[in-house]
Design a binder for this molecule. Structure first.
Ligand code: ADP
Length: 424
């Protein structure tokens, strides 16, 4: 995946997560707003109904209905009142200062008729109606006072409630806008973090390709120049060239094999064939196979095994031998003459621990975190037949495939100790 494609995926993922989250947020907010608004309207209507019921009760109890009492009732309840006595308008009705109020009461009566709620002699009826684009609640009823039938009307505008609801909507949409912005920033950052491993693996892969091409270039160049030179060479020279070509081809094939093994671990296609095998026998075999080489290099190779027999463990015999070979080969490569290399095995109920301890040149602290990386060499200038810088990365992958651990530490007095822990 190239940089541009990764950026495109990042933007697409951000937009996808962002839109899903915002849609959920909007749906939830609108549902909440709807329920809250319905409740507000219901409560307002209920409180209006209660107020006019109270008004009706008080009206029944009044022996004399004074203007002062009506004014204070209007003031306390927030609604306007009209009264009729046997169909005759109360004088109070005409004191209404706002001329529009008369029209509002007229609209309330018309609405009652058109909504079929109009009743000549109702106990009490409440309803809502529209006047001049605004919603009002209205209620009317009749009471008997002696021979007279007293008809009362009450209307109230719910403009205040509308304004409150409008304010609530603005507040909500403001909060949604701020939350959406925060969600956008979060998803942008979150998806970036999500893609980081892909980015890193892309960088590692590019480095791997670059390093392997670089390593393959040297033997190829040698092979090509030998092939060209051999055209004009005599028999003896040709033989030499052929030997060089063969050894470079072997070097290339070793490198290609290492790279294939790493590619397999990357694709999780490396086959680990676990069988019950004896960890001490594996170490002993490894010791024996390097004994002669160590002697030739004037390095003392020793082995320490537990006193009691180690019970067989389930592991891939060939791969474990490969890990031990890499570690012992490195120890031999980086331990000078008269050095000492010790192979040791310890165990407990949960794991076995192989240690390859040398008193060689050691690994400086700053390099320790990198030595398991591919093509990493402490001394980058050192390239010969065997030093591609892939050995430890292969050992690392093989140990991982066994769900184990590999680590390096300093050997007391100099050199380094590689420790491989494998679950039993
Ligand atoms: P190489 O093929 O170069 O040995 P490795 O991956 O096996 O590659 O090792 C990586 C680097 O770690 C080596 O180049 C070397 O610098 C360092 N190293 C590994 N083992 C030892 C050791 N026993 N002593 C000192 N340095 C070591």
């Amino acid at each position: 995946m190239n940089k541009f494609l990764l950026k495109k995926v990042h933007i697409k993922l951000t937009l996808l997560f962002f839109s899903i989250t915002v849609v959920i947020l909007i749906v939830m907010s609108i549902s909440y707003l709807y329920i809250s608004e319905v409740n507000l309207y219901n409560n307002e209507f209920l409180s209006f109904k209660n107020s006019i019921s109270t008004f009706k009760t008080n009206l029944e109890q009044q022996t004399v209905i004074t203007h002062d009492w009506l004014i204070s009732t209007e003031y306390n309840n927030g609604f306007s009142i009209e009264l009729r006595d046997n169909g005759e308008e109360f004088l109070y009705n005409n004191r209404i200062l706002d001329p529009e109020k008369k029209d509002i009461f007229e609209a309330a009566r018309n609405a009652a008729k058109t909504q079929n709620t109009y009743d000549n002699n109702p106990n009490q009826i409440e309803y809502s109606f529209q006047y001049s684009g605004q919603t009002y609640y209205a209620g009317y009823g009749t009471i008997k006072k002696g021979n007279a039938v007293l008809e009362y009307w009450a209307v109230v505008s719910i403009l205040r409630l509308h304004k409150q609801i409008l304010y609530q909507r603005f507040l909500f949409f403001g909060i949604i806008a701020v939350a959406s912005f925060a969600i956008f920033l979060f998803t942008y950052y979150f998806t970036k973090r999500l893609l980081d491993p892909i980015k890193e693996s892309q960088v590692t892969q590019n480095q791997f390709i670059a390093s392997s091409s670089h390593e393959l270039r040297t033997p190829l160049a040698v092979i090509l120049s030998c092939a060209n030179a051999s055209k004009h060479a005599n028999v003896e020279e040709k033989d030499n060239f052929l030997t060089t070509i063969a050894s470079e081809a072997i070097r290339m094939s070793r490198l290609v094999n290492d790279m294939l093994l790493l590619a397999k671990t990357d694709n999780h296609t490396l086959h680990i064939e676990t069988t019950h095998c004896e960890p001490d026998t594996l170490l002993l075999n490894c010791y024996e196979s390097f004994e002669l080489l160590a002697k030739e290099r004037h390095v003392k190779l020793t082995i320490q095994l537990p006193d009691e027999t180690v019970k067989p463990c389930k592991m891939d015999q060939e791969r474990i031998t490969q890990i031990l070979t890499i570690l012992v080969q490195n120890a031999l490569n980086y331990t000078p003459n008269d050095g000492l290399i010790t192979l040791s095995l310890t165990n407990n109920d949960n794991f076995i621990r192989y240690s390859v301890i040398d008193n060689g040149i050691g690994i400086p602290e700053e390099h320790k975190k990198n030595i398991f990386k591919r093509f990493y060499r402490v001394n980058q200038a050192r390239t010969d037949d065997t030093h591609f810088g892939l050995g430890l990365s292969i050992a690392y992958e093989l140990v991982q495939a066994h769900k184990g651990n590999i680590a390096v530490k300093d050997t007391p007095g100099g050199g380094c100790t590689f420790v491989v822990e494998l679950p039993t």
